[in-house]
Design a protein around this ligand. Structure first.
Ligand code: MRU
Length: 326
């Protein structure tokens, strides 16, 4: 485990862009602290109005680091609202208030993950095999994770189960993070290549899929790591429940459907090289590439949304609005 010390918003922007900090809730919490850093990076004798102007600019800047996870935007907006609501209290007091708000966002994230685990554990029948894609665990949140919080809760309740972790090309979050995190926690985890998901379903080794989310539109369409849509199609073909676990901060009720979710495109080198300290090229030099980092799974393929506020099933706009705006 590496500790990254970040002192200025520019360092945080780079950490998010390069995935040193990644996973939708973790990006949101980090952005909240990034706004605290921006509020400190002011010339001496600045006034509250200058702080608020600086925060607006810093928020836009931090949001430009990665476009898909709405948690980033959500946290930035909440920090801006906090500043606006307390603009009369003086710069030093406002800086303290912003730090308190970032701490609150951080603590709420931990609580939301635990609540997701408690709600989602109802899907964990003893002896079940569960497939997950990417990493929606402690390394993607403040702690416990979203999809993986359900596994940790099942472990606490001594429910026996087995996890199949997709390696998650191109950046291998499943191999590098999920497999490591679950094994370190003593959970029975088996690593597979993404292309093996269909076979393990056909062989009935898997009876449930649980994934996280980066942004969920008002109708339940869900953006998550590239490859999630393929897994959802496979789960539907094998009549296996497909569950999305996410906190309220991952819902974007301003978007009617997933068609409007911005999908990040990343450099082609991520798919022409195996990642690592010394990247190793696996494709012809100069080959054309297309590297979208996320895809959108239509709500119709999602059996249930497990949120910190309870389970939404069937997945539709009325059910989502009743839980998430309540
Ligand atoms: O590109 P990443 O690693 O940030 O992608 C992360 C995912 O897609 C996760 O599944 C999602 O953010 C949920 S994390 C609780």
């Amino acid at each position: 485990v590496a500790t990254l010390r970040i002192h200025h918003p520019e360092e945080l922007w780079t950490a998010i862009r390069t995935l040193a900090v990644r996973g939708a809730p973790a990006i949101g919490v980090a952005a909240a602290y990034g706004m605290v850093l921006a509020a400190r990076d002011l010339p001496p004798d600045s006034q509250s109005a200058q702080l608020i102007t600086a925060l607006h600019a810093a928020g836009d800047y931090l949001k430009s680091s990665r476009p898909t996870a709405v948690n980033l935007e959500w946290a930035v907006n909440r920090m801006r609202q906090t500043a606006n609501a307390h603009r009369g209290i003086g710069v030093r007091q406002l800086q303290i208030r912003l730090l308190d708000e970032a701490h609150a966002i951080h603590a709420e994230d931990v609580a939301m993950c635990l609540a997701i685990g408690r709600h989602g554990v109802s899907f964990m029948r003893p002896g079940i095999g569960v497939l997950t894609h990417c990493n929606a665990g402690a390394l993607a949140t403040s702690d416990h994770g979203t999809a993986l919080a359900i596994f940790y809760e099942a472990q606490r309740r001594a429910i026996p189960f087995q996890v199949f972790a997709d390696e998650t090309r191109p950046l291998l979050q499943g191999a590098r993070l999920t497999a490591w995190e679950l094994a370190a926690s003593g959970i029975d985890v088996t690593l597979i290549c993404d292309s093996m998901a269909g076979l393990v379903m056909q062989q009935k080794k898997v009876g449930l899929v649980i994934v996280g989310a980066d942004r969920i539109a008002a109708n339940g369409d869900t953006a998550n790591k590239i490859g999630t849509y393929s897994v959802a199609q496979l789960a539907a073909a094998h009549k296996i429940p497909f569950i999305v676990a996410a906190p309220a901060s991952t819902f974007d009720l301003a978007l009617a459907t997933g068609a409007a979710i911005p999908i990040e495109e990343r450099p082609g080198e991520e798919i022409t090289q195996v990642p690592g300290p010394v990247p190793h090229r696996t494709a012809p030099a100069g080959i054309q590439t297309y590297n979208p980092a996320f895809d959108v799974t239509p709500a119709a393929l999602i059996t249930a949304l497990v949120t910190d506020r309870g389970i939404i099933s069937p997945v539709n706009e009325a059910g989502i609005r009743a839980r998430i705006t309540a």
